[in-house]
Design a binder for this molecule. Sequence first.
Ligand code: FE2
Ligand code: FE2
Length: 289
Amino acid sequence: MRDIRTEIERINEVVSFPTIVAEILHAISSERVTIPKIAHLIETDAAMTTKILRVVNSPFYGLRGTVKSAADAVKMLGLDETGRFLLAYHMKSRVFAMNPQQSRRLKKMWEHSVSTATVARFLAVRANVQTAGKEYTAGVLHEMGKLVLIQYFPDTVPVVEQMIADLAMTDIEAENQIAAISHAEIGSELGEKWGLPPEFTEVMRCHHAAKTAEVNPLLVSIVRCADILCEQLGHGIGERSTEFSIQEDESFDILQQTIPYFGETDPAEIKAAIAADLEANAEYLKLIA
Ligand SMILES: [Fe+2]
Ligand SMILES: [Fe+2]
């Protein structure tokens, strides 16, 4: 068995987290960033400018064709939304610059990450949850540990997939058996070393065990609920969440206890509402994924 736990130390030296993304995450967390600063950042990158204009003019925002400059896009979107866009943009370019032989898996993982982020936002809006937009960022980041496994330990990934299929294990159980560490631990260890805000690191660590969360259990639970719904609605990565419903996961207990929408709404109804949201925003998802 490879000692991945020790090798992770080495990886931390190799995979630096882009400073700009770390800055954006801190800005989102601390709410200290200005429109001119972000607009300038975007304007220095022509591809990014083109992309943000396409995204902001998509039907998702209802502004079709009316936004012509990066500065206007930032004003229309607001700082939080722009920050989320920049994070997704940078993460995507990073993900696709990774191990080219693993591009199929990486693509699927990225699609799952942005879908989870988007569904987490749908849930927050529907349930009127005050997670201040952090649910999107946390959704994008939640499987960071898996991205590391795919890039640096690609030989472990098919074995884990086989164990999930043949032995009815969860991905966490299979990873622990094969690598003595899970993607949840890998993600949170790297997140801590990179100095990401603790609530995002916690989502990486606790998204399969929401009740162990201490910093922001509500954020973890919203992301986990979105994660499971994505598995069930065709945006999954084979985490075996298709076999149970959201109310069987501990994240749902936390949501039910703290948010009236989850206490009062039938889980099947929640799933149907999110499926409709996904369908209505299919074009946006294709654009961002
Ligand atoms: Fe996961
Ligand atoms: Fe996931």
